[in-house]
Write a protein that binds this ligand. Structure first.
Ligand code: 5RP
Length: 293
């Protein structure tokens, strides 16, 4: 492996423990203003220091991330469909390698839709992206997207992951499933697990724990972090599993402790005479006329 490629990969997957915590915020590229990601900067800023890398589009990177950050960027370079369009699998490469370099991408990412109408197009695009990215020493993350009629089972996911690796992807993102070891064991490159739709916090911690135990290097998690009522405690709990070898009990305890701490900090920061202010306001309102004068 070329030095540059290996060095970039080491920024995403920590070589000391072979683990990775990627924060996914690229959802807008086909979903538009997803719930709790309406203002990407507001969502990303408090979470940034707890992730190893950030997966995003160039628009979000340029407009919502401070360029002085030291967090590595995994740049999504595919797109071309929307949630209301005809077929989500009709994606193309939309970002040039030149722009990825300008954005100092540590990796580029694209979706591959095995078993879909545009399977051929997305697999060929993956091969072409690898050709180009290898020239510049940039790793490629293949996102094995699942068509709406396909199950996220070990048979399908191992097919998709293996095809991605055969095309030269350096890391493959997939879903956790029963018999996950089958997916990991038949894929010669590291596997990172997507969080998927929002589920209860404890379940998302279990998914992270199971994924790591099953052989994944970590998670590329989005909605289960920033759609949580408590995004910072949530990412810290997930981090404790990925990098601290915490089990689900320990991670959930960390989460609840941090939530409690946040709550009491908020209470402490409330103005002490708030009650007084409120009752004074109520009195002064009483003296106002219905027109407010
Ligand atoms: C969308 C993606 C997302 O980055 C991926 O699904 C991870 O986010 P989440 O944990 O919310 O599923 O690649 O195509």
């Amino acid at each position: 492996m070329d030095w540059g490629l290996e060095n970039r990969l080491a920024k995403i997957i920590n070589p000391r423990n072979n683990r990775a915590l990627m924060l996914a915020v690229d959802h807008g590229y086909f979903l538009g203003p997803t719930e709790k990601l309406e203002n990407p900067k507001k969502t990303i800023t408090p979470l940034l220091k707890y992730c190893d890398s950030l997966m995003l589009t160039r628009g979000v990177q340029r407009n919502s991330v401070d360029p002085t950050t030291s967090v590595p960027m995994v740049l999504r370079v595919s797109g071309g469909s929307s949630i209301i369009g005809e077929d989500l699998s009709q994606e193309q490469i939309t970002v040039s390698m030149k722009d990825a370099l300008r954005l100092n991408a540590s990796a580029v990412a694209m979706s591959m839709f095995v078993g879909s109408k545009f399977e051929n197009q997305t697999i060929v695009n993956l091969g072409r992206l690898v050709n180009e990215a290898e020239e510049y020493g940039i790793p490629v993350l293949a996102v094995t997207a699942v068509g709406k009629d396909l199950g996220k089972d070990a048979r399908y996911l191992s097919l998709a992951c293996r095809i991605a690796a055969e095309q030269g992807a350096h890391v493959v993102k997939t879903y956790y499933c029963d018999h996950f070891e089958k997916v990991v064991n038949s894929c010669p490159v590291p596997i990172i697990v997507a969080g998927g739709k929002k589920i209860p916090e404890r379940d998302a911690m279990q998914l992270t724990y199971n994924s790591i135990k099953g052989g994944a290097v970590g998670v590329d998690m989005g909605r289960n972090i920033w759609q949580s009522q408590n995004p910072v405690p949530m990412i810290r709990a997930i981090r404790s599993i990925v990098h601290g070898n915490a089990n689900v009990e320990q991670a959930f305890k960390l989460y609840t402790d941090l939530c409690r701490e946040n709550k009491s900090l908020k209470q402490q920061n409330k103005p002490k005479n708030q009650h007084k202010i409120k009752s004074n306001k109520a009195n002064s309102n009483k003296s106002k006329t219905p027109s407010g004068n």
